[in-house]
Design a protein around this ligand. Structure first.
Ligand SMILES: C[S@@+](CC[C@H](N)C(=O)[O-])C[C@H]1O[C@@H](n2cnc3c(N)ncnc32)[C@H](O)[C@@H]1O
Length: 674
């Protein structure tokens, strides 16, 4: 027996407004829309539908609009008041790595990265929440987004606000999601290199809206493709088993790629694996081609028909050039081709002509191909010669727009990394990401994913670097989204974090995934000397104290504001904020040296020289200044150097002026205090 509660619709009087809305929606679906406070009726449309001719078209414009769009655009332009605090203890190979894993809300992080990484990223891949009605959509706060972030993630306040999912019933379903996505895409565009590309994973829930906003942000002319990614079979589906998702691709500047005649080519799926097996068999059999062939056919037999590598199984013949097929058509492609005479090499009789003539315009070209072993004659002139294709010679191809990659396979691979535990739902298949990285980036490029989830993109970059000995770098951003141990879907992940002795957040999973992936790759590829580490940074409020007067304690606030760096922050925190604000890479080397009692840091081989001592007594001003000058001479930085001190370190203005004067006399013109 169902117990009725006050929340049950049966205990309430009918919701007449909802009933009216439903009736209107059934009659005129175009009337009902999303407004600032939820579901709304478009009164202009209603007027028109009842024949009111007073409605004009003055307001009509092409494009997608929603409540808050202007504000979302503004949000992208508002500077962040945050910083990124280094976290070497969570990192791997802190001193040498060039990869970044940043914990934080990606809107703020993208803002902070603008100076250092604008125009530097070759590939951005994102897999945002799909807005299926079950996932939460990050609620930005226009007033104070850092405070909002710290509260939401439980870093201040009372243990984190419950992140509720964005439901269709909210009446702001698409609005909230669009408001979240729009400023992030705008900031992402700035990070892309002129020849860069962005790929956005999405499904049917928001594909239409992503297409519209991405057209707007990146320009319709920069649209690249909608890739279809078939991942599941849903036998319980009502009408169609929709198991695919999409990836929308945009160029930063297609015209540049067109002008430089850039084409994308990637290796056919699985060719590397066949090559490795071929080499193994060749060695094992001492080049016994019958046995090599048998081994390769056994290898093919394990490839299922719906596997992307399946087309390779047509290369069934083998010789020293590897697997090949010699049944290729030699016909002129379409219409009437050339019909010259070709004499069979043994019978010396004219070979049978292909139906539409020879594929090669001139006999010379035909014989050139014969010389290269690419044409095979039949036993006599009565059969048309065929084209031979060697698998290892023709392994480049333009990628198709439909991918088959079953979610379960990738989930199993992922779970294996976590001792079989299912700590993350729907991680993207790492090998698909590796292939996209291989296809769209060169070996020294920078890749970014600011909805990193379990870190699949970082793992894909590691793997591709191993495959081609590359030096690609990544920047991942992931929210420390709180995991709730009482939620059945998050329990395993929360317990896993507890066992690690870490906070219960998704960002902990991202870092652990990268650690485990790097370790496994190192074990499996002992000769690989490349970078499998990452530096961790965490979003926080700036190290520089904001002026926040407290009316009741004005004297104390004034006193405290003399030290305008926060006292609970380390020198390293301040150095990295400097680095960000000056637009330097977060992986530039930092060296430390002592000048007298003072620790002095050189960032980026002398681009910045910083002494953050809390006190610089009068007596040490001159030796410190001269020591800095000497170090600067030694470092010989290419560009200008900025020298930075702590403002409160000086006894008085005279000391500050003296030090500046000495530095400037020796060519160090840019001196700043914090
Ligand atoms: C669909 S998942 C990405 C999955 C990932 N591609 C993988 O293979 O594991 C989206 C992720 O974005 C994160 N996210 C949502 N809002 C965010 C925000 N404002 N800043 C950073 N990350 C966010 C969520 O916590 C979630 O882990």
């Amino acid at each position: 027996m169902k117990k009725l509660t006050a929340a049950d619709p049966e205990t309430k009087s009918p919701d007449l407004a909802a009933a009216n809305l439903a009736a209107l929606r059934a009659l005129f679906p175009e009337l009902v829309t999303e407004g600032p406070d939820g579901v709304a009726v478009n009164v202009d449309v209603l007027k028109q539908l009842v024949g009111d001719k007073t409605v004009t078209d003055a307001e009509e414009k092409y494009g997608l609009n929603w409540h808050g769009k202007r504000r979302a655009r503004q949000l992208a332009l508002t500077p962040s008041t945050g910083t990124l605090r280094p976290c070497p203890e969570d990192s791997v190979d802190w001193d040498t790595t060039q990869n970044l894993m940043i914990e934080g809300d990606n809107l703020e992080v993208l803002k902070l990265l603008q100076k250092s990484y604008a125009g530097k990223v070759k590939l951005i891949y994102i897999d945002p929440p799909y807005n299926t009605g079950k996932d939460f959509v990050y609620p930005d706060n226009f007033q104070d987004n850092i405070k909002n972030y710290l509260e939401l993630t439980g870093q201040t306040g009372e243990g984190g606000r419950k992140l509720s999912s964005n439901t269709e019933a909210s009446g702001r379903f698409h609005t909230d999601w669009l408001n979240m996505m729009y400023p992030r895409l705008k900031l992402a565009r700035n990070l892309l290199r002129e020849d860069g590309v962005i790929l956005i994973s999405i499904d049917d829930a928001e594909v239409a809206n992503v297409r519209r906003i991405a057209d707007e942000v990146f320009g319709e002319e920069n649209f690249m493709a909608v890739l279809v990614w078939d991942r599941n079979r849903k036998n319980d589906a009502k009408y169609f088993s929709v198991g695919h998702e999409y990836m929308l691709g945009y160029f930063k500047n297609e015209s540049l790629l067109a002008a430089t005649q850039t084409v994308f080519r990637g290796q056919k799926d699985g060719v590397d694996e066949v090559k490795a097996e071929f080499e193994r068999l060749r060695k094992e059999t001492g080049g016994d081609w019958d046995r090599v062939r048998k081994g390769i056919l056994d290898f093919y037999a394990k490839i299922p028909a719906d596997d992307p590598r399946f087309p390779l199984t047509r290369f069934t013949k083998i010789d020293e050039k590897g697997p090949y097929r010699d049944d290729g058509n030699i016909n002129w492609p379409g219409g009437d081709g050339p019909r010259y005479e070709v004499l069979h090499p043994t019978t010396k009789q004219a070979c049978k002509l292909p139906i539409s003539g020879w594929r090669y315009p001139k006999p010379e070209r035909f014989w050139e191909e014969v010389g290269k072993g690419r044409i095979v004659f039949g036993p006599d002139e009565t059969t048309v010669p065929r084209v031979r294709t060697n698998l290892f010679e023709n392994s480049d191809q333009v990628m198709v727009s439909v991918h088959y990659s079953y979610a379960q396979t990738s989930a199993n691979q992922f779970n294996a990394l976590f001792d079989g535990k299912r700590v993350f739902d729907n991680p993207k298949p790492v090998d698909d990401l590796r292939r996209l990285v291989a296809y769209l980036t060169g070996p020294d490029d920078l890749v970014c994913d600011f909805f990193a989830g379990s870190g699949s993109t970082g793992h894909g970059v590691f793997l591709q670097n191993v495959a081609d000995n590359g030096h690609r770098r990544f920047v991942l951003v992931q929210l420390p989204e709180l995991l709730d141990p009482t939620d059945k879907d998050q329990k395993v992940a929360a317990e896993f974090c507890s066992e690690l002795g870490q906070p219960l957040t998704i960002a902990e999973l991202t870092k652990e995934r990268l650690r485990r992936a790097g370790k496994k790759i190192r074990e499996e590829n002992p000769l690989f000397a490349g970078d499998l580490g990452f530096r961790v940074f965490k979003l926080a409020s700036s190290n520089i104290r904001a002026w926040e007067p407290d009316r009741d304690k004005l004297a104390e606030t004034l006193e405290a504001s003399i030290e305008h760096l926060k006292t609970d922050r380390t020198e390293q925190d301040i150095l990295f904020e400097l680095l960000l604000k000056l637009g330097l890479d977060l992986c530039v080397p930092i060296e430390m040296k002592k000048i007298g009692k003072h620790e002095v840091h050189s960032i980026g081989a002398g681009t910045v020289l910083a002494c953050l001592s809390e006190k610089i007594p009068q007596s040490t001003v001159e030796p410190l200044a001269l020591g800095l000058v000497a170090w600067h001479k030694e470092l010989k930085p290419a560009g200008e150097t900025t020298v930075v001190f702590r403002d409160s370190a000086f006894a008085d203005d005279v000391a500050k002026t003296n030090l500046t004067a000495i530095l400037q006399q020796h060519g160090l013109e840019t001196v700043r205090s914090l």
